[in-house]
Design a protein around this ligand. Sequence first.
Ligand code: TZP
Ligand code: MG
Length: 218
Amino acid sequence: MGMKFEAGMLRAYFIAGTQDVKDKNKTLQEIAKQAMEAGITAFQYREKGPGSLSGTARDEMAADLREMCSDYEIPFIVDDDVDLAVKTNADGIHVGQKDERVGKVISQVGNSMFVGLSCDTKEQVNIANNIDGISYLGSGPVFPTGSKADADPVIGVDGLAALVKVSKLPVVAIGGITEENIVELPKTGVAGVSVISMIAQSDDIFRSVKVMNKTFQE
Ligand code: TZP
Ligand code: MG
């Protein structure tokens, strides 16, 4: 059994894979370690798209990051890959609408880890509301993102608020969130934000993580 899900885990949620490291003088492990020291509340390993690792290199990276999360007592969440999640003893798995169907994932992982699901529309949220075994929802992209080539259309701050309103589960915002536009999000009722570039490409990871935690402090 991994860490039990709590909504506070969604406050400052960092998502990253090797493809998100643009400064070739840095490693993903170095960036993740700084983010953990700075106080992120969850880490998702998402190795996907151009520049991502596969095979043994990916498994070794996952094992490194898994161990760091354990050391810092931060939930380790795997994007989209049940086998990798099971192999690494992940605390959680996150799936999208286009990934393996969430019901199948829930039955595969049982109660060994928690499950997060991305939802873009109110219809998807209503379906998720009636599925047992989902712990939290991720939104569709709130702002335009440079980190996902096949991202769904932007939903905007109003679209985000509409999803939160119908959701029975805590919602984490995603997509194009910066230290500037993050101030627009608490009024929507989201539990927090999940970001790639705001941390992976930050010139000051401590400052960036502090902004996330301060914006959503209880
Ligand atoms: N899903 C929807 S947008 C996105 C993902 C994985 C990318 C978010 O990255 P960034 O850099 O925080 O916009
Ligand atoms: Mg996905």
